[in-house]
Design a protein around this ligand. Structure first.
Ligand SMILES: Cc1cc2nc3c(=O)[nH]c(=O)nc-3n(C[C@H](O)[C@H](O)[C@H](O)COP(=O)(O)OP(=O)(O)OC[C@H]3O[C@@H](n4cnc5c(N)ncnc54)[C@H](O)[C@@H]3O)c2cc1C
Length: 452
């Protein structure tokens, strides 16, 4: 007798961080999935880069209740888990921005349930190549594997070396690499490039490690992330703008936010509700408008979007008032190597030049977004073979609106998905755990009704 039941699918997930783990957990519920193999090059299952952090001052950048759960049904999953495991005794709002490893514990615990049930198998291995055959995908590490569906959950690539800085061991490009900050001594002068969340983490880290010298941070505009506030309900989320350009949309958002602030609603609430529209606005925008946003508005948006726990913001204020932290707006013109450090020339915003010496330069400018420049062997091999191409405005990898990879000829690759940072060019707002989870749930919903 010939069976009419659809073929059960073998799934590979490349990347075992939060994206890969959430994908495995969601896929494990589908009866049409035969097996799930999760590959991670460093074995960081459930944690990935962000939640492998070990210091208590490396905190999640939103209060715990905003991190959500693992699926559509458990919207307060993380907060509930914290309560169930006796970890939610928060004295004030700042305490709810728990250490990142705690969120890693939560995701790793959920993942280990499906691993223990045999539904998913973890492999500490680097996938270097992927090839499409007529009926499936072949993945190559040291060995060859065959799957029907592949999820690429590759995470945030390291930043590229900063232009104008001579390469020496005193310039650190990947501050998250294990032990990267260890050689810095307490009397060293440190220049941090970038003023975003990673830069703030590093400054707090260096301070806690006992750095005695003032730290200098620099970015084009010298803007630090702003402070978070408890969420409120937005009574009238913004949905229409007079002019659908980057500037027009921002002008409308600003006006709307001012009105709401006058009515006692914090600006953070307006920003958070507006954020839900970003993916659609980015997708609909022209290439030119996307470029305008990236050039003129991105830095201002990011400091409002990625915020700091109130006590972290206070620590930064204190460091600045004690002159232990100097935040500059400007650009590095050159950084010439000298014995054990650099002579740096800076052009300050507004016109003046300044010189400084630094024993270390730390690149905290954020992950590289142009995937033709990243070192991941899998991505390089995919771009070279043409199974993938660069995304909109050169960012990430090209995907369609359901996260399926688009190849060099413009053909959608059925069964081959990218999740998270790699989809930046298509959706822009793709880094937070909540955005990643939504992407996965959309794909998994689709898989319930289709074969791949
Ligand atoms: C320092 C930091 C702090 C953050 N804090 C927050 C926060 O508080 N809240 C929030 O919502 N978001 C935060 N984020 C955003 C973060 O990007 C997401 O929350 C999430 O961690 C991304 O998960 P991921 O699985 O996509 O990437 P990752 O966690 O980077 O995992 C990707 C994994 O893929 C593996 N991998 C890559 N290529 C291969 C390959 N070829 N073969 C095998 N394995 C491979 C890597 O080794 C890695 O373990 C933070 C990000 C960073 C960097």
């Amino acid at each position: 007798m010939i069976s009419n039941s659809p073929k059960r699918r073998r799934v590979a997930i490349v990347g075992g961080g939060v994206a890969g783990s959430l994908a495995a957990i969601a896929l494990a519920k589908l009866p049409q999935i035969e097996s799930i193999a999760v590959f991670d090059r460093v074995g960081a299952f459930g944690r990935g880069l962000a939640y492998s952090a070990k210091s208590p001052w490396h905190r999640i950048n939103v209060p715990a209740y905003k991190m959500g759960g693992v699926g559509a049904e458990d919207t307060e999953g993380f907060a509930d888990w914290l309560a169930a495991t006796g970890q939610s005794d928060w004295r004030d709002y700042s305490d709810s921005f728990v250490p990142r490893w705690v969120y890693g514990d939560y995701i790793a615990a959920q993942l280990s349930k499906i691993a223990a049930s045999g539904r998913a198998i973890m492999h500490t291995d680097v996938i270097k190549h992927i090839e499409r055959t007529q009926s499936d995908y072949q993945l190559t590490s040291g060995q060859c594997w065959t799957f029907d569906i592949v999820f690429l959950c590759l995470g945030n690539p390291s930043p590229s070396p900063f232009p104008g800085i001579e390469s020496t061991p005193r310039s650190i490009t990947d501050v998250w690499a294990t032990g990267a900050l260890d050689p810095i001594r307490s009397h060293d002068r440190v220049l941090v490039i970038g003023t975003g969340a990673t830069a703030v983490d590093v400054v707090i880290d260096l301070h806690r490690r006992g750095l005695q010298q003032p730290i200098t941070m620099i970015s084009r505009r010298g803007l630090l992330p702003l402070i978070d506030a408890p969420a409120q309900t937005d009574p009238a989320p913004l949905e229409h703008w007079s002019e659908p350009t980057a500037r027009g949309i921002f002008a409308t958002l600003l006006e709307d936010t001012r009105h709401k602030m006058a009515a006692g609603i914090p600006w953070q609430t307006s920003v958070d509700t507006f954020r839900l529209q970003i993916a659609r606005l980015w997708t609909d925008a022209s290439r030119t408008e996307r470029e305008r946003f990236s050039r003129h508005l991105r830095a201002i948006w990011l400091v409002h979007r990625h915020r700091l726990a109130p006590d972290v913001a206070q620590s930064l204020d204190k460091l600045q008032s004690e002159r232990s932290l100097d935040v500059l707006a400007g650009r590095i013109v050159s950084a010439k190597a000298r014995p054990a450090g650099y002579n740096v020339t800076i052009h300050r915003r507004g016109g003046t030049a300044m010189q400084m010496t630094a024993d270390w330069i730390l690149n905290c400018t954020g992950p590289e977004e142009r995937y033709d420049r990243i070192e991941n062997p899998l991505v390089q091999s995919m771009l070279a073979s043409g199974i993938a191409r660069r995304g909109n405005n050169g960012l990430g990898l090209d995907v369609d609106d359901t996260c399926r990879i688009v190849d060099r000829s413009g053909t959608v690759q059925t069964g081959l998905y990218a999740i998270g940072h790699a989809t930046r060019g298509a959706f822009w707002e793709v880094t937070a755990a909540t955005n990643i989870r939504q992407q996965i749930l959309n794909v998994v919903d689709m898989l319930k009704t289709t074969s791949s």
